[in-house]
Every structure is written in C-alpha cells, then in structure tokens.
Design a binder for this molecule. Structure first.
Ligand SMILES: NC(=O)c1ccc[n+]([C@@H]2O[C@H](COP(=O)([O-])OP(=O)(O)OC[C@H]3O[C@@H](n4cnc5c(N)ncnc54)[C@H](OP(=O)(O)O)[C@@H]3O)[C@@H](O)[C@H]2O)c1
Length: 376
C-alpha cells in the first residue's frame, strides 16, 4: 500500500509489490481506523523511507491504537502532505522538540539519526523502538524479537513518564532466529552457519529504485547507473555492501554473530555467516545449517516449526516447492522449507533449513510494532 504521495515512492512501492502471488499467508492490507483517545501518542521517525512507509502499513493492518501520530523525516520532506487512515498529515522536520508529549517513537532514519535523537527522545520520556544498529549491542538496551525474547523488555513500561530505548535486531538476524529459535529451544543449537541472499530493499528505498533502473538500463544495452552500490546489481550478485572488518567478516555478518548471542543470552553459541546481496526487490532468503547438542530428527523439527508463532512451513518435496522471496513479500510470517537432516553431521545432530522473510516487514517494521504492542 503506497501511503505517501511522493512520486518516486509511488513508483517504487508499486514495483516492490508487483507479481505478489496469492498464497496461504494472511492478507496484510486492510485499512482500519486506529485513532483512540486512550491510545499512546506516537511518532514515526523516517516516515518517508522504506521502513517508515511499512510502519504505516503495519500500524493500519494491526489496528494499532494511537491518539496522535507525528510524521517525521528530514528537512527535505518537511511540509509534504499525505493522507493516512482518512486523516491528513504534514511531514515535520525532525528536531529535538519533536518528542514533546510523544509516548512511543518508532525510529528508522539510520544509525547517526538514532544516536543523535534517540537519547534526546528518552530524556523527554519517550520509549524509542529503534531499527538501526546504533544501540543493539549496548548492554543496557534490550534487543527484542517478541516471539523469541519478550522477557528482555519486561522492565520497560508505558505511562511511567520514563523514557527508554529498545532495539530491533538486524533484519537477517530476525528472519534467521524466527526459524532457528523453536529448534534451539528443543535441542540447543551449539553451532549455526548462515548464508544470506539479501534483497535490495534491505538497503532502503533508493537501492530499490537503483535496481529497477539498472534492470531497465541493462536490458536496453545501456551502462548501469551505480550510485548506491559500487558495482552492477541487476543480473549480478555480490558480497554484502557493509564495511569489511579486519577479521575478514563484514559488519552484516558480525551482526548475525553478536546479535544471536545477545538475543539467546548464550555467549558460547558458535555462529558464522556469509552475507550476499542478490537482485531481488524485496524479502531476504537464508540458508541455515544447525548443529545441536541433543538429537533432533527432521520430522520432529518440521512439527515444531509448523507450530511456531510467526512461522509458516513450505516444504513440498514432491513438487519441489519451497519458500521464495516473492511468496513472502509483504507478508508477516517467515517461511521455512528444505527441512532436512544434515548428512555430514552425527545422526540427528544437524539440520539444514532454508528461510525466507520480508525484511522490511518482520525484519523491521512489524517486529518494531510488535515490540510497541508489548508496551500497551
Ligand atoms: N530496509 C530494511 O529492510 C531495513 C531493515 C531493518 C532495519 N533498517 C534500518 O532502518 C533505517 C532506515 O532504513 P530504510 O531502508 O527505511 O532507509 P531509507 O528508505 O533510505 O529511508 C531513510 C529515512 O530516513 C529519513 N532521514 C534521513 N536523514 C534524516 C534526517 N537528517 N532527519 C530525519 N530523517 C532523516 C529519510 O527522510 P527523507 O526522505 O526526508 O530524506 C527517510 O525517511 C536504517 O537504520 C536501516 O539500517 C532497514
């Protein structure tokens, strides 16, 4: 659902949702009225971005109650008008005063904005749910996937006047752990090897536009415009664009390692990852290899996943039908398939799974709003 009347984004979101197949997932686009006198006042920081737009869709789809919403972005967008849930809003420039009277602020404007304005909002008594990596590894900030570790934020309460920060994990971490955690609870994961196939949308609205533009340029025999990424993205794939560290891993890979340990509260779990950008518009895929402390056969694993909240199993070997990014695009659930015992490990001590999830939705906006729902 394109909410803002910004020319490039209308085009962008139409493109992002093209070819969305009908599937067994719950529909996610229904407009409801959520204005409620006794609801919290909320602010969406970065409302014009890929995640910001999805915040609005998710608030609407889940009938999230609020008494007011501030729509905040940069100076560039200030003054633009749009309609959301039958009310007209004007985008305001984010300033320190933006948080006066705001109970919950949903941040998705990048790490530097979170670092600058997150503490200001907290000082004004706002509970900040932050989508950036700015505070994820801060030991005083809970890093939460509501289906996995809601207890991490149990001391944070709305209505006390006390501001707090809650961090949303990295999108690849959320998608991976949605599937791995139910199995971990059963048999304890001792090692996890993750390979990702990450979509353009993970790099924001401009990256989606660039993939669309490049695809057209390459098909027309023109040189591709490379502004967001250094190399050709259309009809190509490459190692994730996050900076490469001195240990040879890039920052995206190390987020999977460190965030998994924090969320599972298990500093000993061994995690390694290779993160790749693929020319998919929206939704990440991940191949996950698990090694368990206790035996876990694939039949039991499949049943556990079928009953896991927020997870849907697509594992039809006969027709070779397994999760795809298109099938999960704009959907809430993370899809899991290719569930099989790992032949290279001791009997029933290892499992391979393939996971797909919409990283703008469950990997960002939906997860953040589920966190906000825990506060209500
Ligand atoms: N995309 C994903 O799948 C995903 C997943 C998880 C987490 N995240 C995180 O969420 C954040 C946003 O990502 P995105 O993909 O939505 O990026 P995006 O599409 O590039 O949007 C960026 C947003 O930040 C706003 N912004 C930029 N500078 C600002 C400023 N000085 N003051 C106020 N607002 C400012 C932009 O407003 P203007 O339009 O006015 O410039 C825009 O609304 C990042 O931290 C990202 O790491 C993204």
């Amino acid at each position: 659902m394109a909410i803002l009347s910004l020319p490039h984004q209308n085009n962008l979101f139409r493109t992002a949702r093209i070819n969305r197949p009908k599937s067994r997932f719950m529909p996610t686009t229904k407009v409801r009225m959520s204005l409620q006198e006794n609801g919290p006042s909320i602010a969406v920081v970065g409302v014009t971005g890929a995640v910001g737009q999805e915040f609005l869709s998710v608030l609407s789809d889940r009938d999230f109650p609020y008494r007011s919403i501030k729509m905040l972005a940069s100076k560039r967008s200030a003054g633009r008008r749009f309609t959301f849930q039958d009310n007209e809003y004007v985008i305001e420039e984010l300033t320190p005063d933006s948080f006066d009277g705001v109970d919950i602020a949903l941040f998705s404007a990048g790490g530097s904005i979170s670092k600058e304005f997150g503490p200001i909002a907290v000082d004004r008594g706002t509970i900040v749910v932050d989508n950036s990596s700015a505070f994820r590894m801060d030991e005083n900030v809970p890093l939460v996937i509501p289906e996995v570790n809601p207890e991490a934020m149990e001391n944070i309460k709305l209505g006390t006047g006390k501001g707090s920060l809650i961090a949303n994990p990295n999108c690849s971490t959320i998608i991976c752990l949605m599937a791995a955690t139910p199995l971990h609870r059963q048999a304890k994961v001792i090692r996890m090897v993750v390979s990702t196939y990450q979509a353009a949308s993970g790099a924001g609205a401009a990256a989606m536009e660039e993939l669309e533009l490049q695809t057209r340029e390459v098909l027309e025999g023109r040189p591709p415009t490379c502004e967001i990424f250094k190399q050709q993205y259309a009809f190509n794939l490459f190692s994730h664009n996050a900076p490469v560290l001195s240990n040879g891993y890039n920052e995206e890979e190390m987020k999977l390692v460190k965030e998994t340990r924090k969320i599972w509260n298990d500093k000993d779990v061994k995690v390694t990852a290779t993160c790749i950008r693929v020319p998919v518009m929206r939704a990440h895929a991940e191949s996950v290899n698990l090694q368990f402390e206790k035996p876990l056969d694939e039949v039991t694993a499949r049943n556990i996943l079928k009953n896991a909240p927020g997870v849907v199993v697509i594992d039809d070997r006969a027709s070779n039908h397994f999760p795809t990014p298109l099938e999960v695009s704009s959907k809430d659930d993370v899809a899991v398939g290719r569930i099989r015992s790992d032949l290279s490990q001791d009997r029933n001590k290892g499992l391979d799974i393939f996971v797909c999830g919409d990283q703008i939705r469950k990997g960002a906006a939906l997860n953040a709003i589920q966190i906000a729902e825990l506060l209500l």
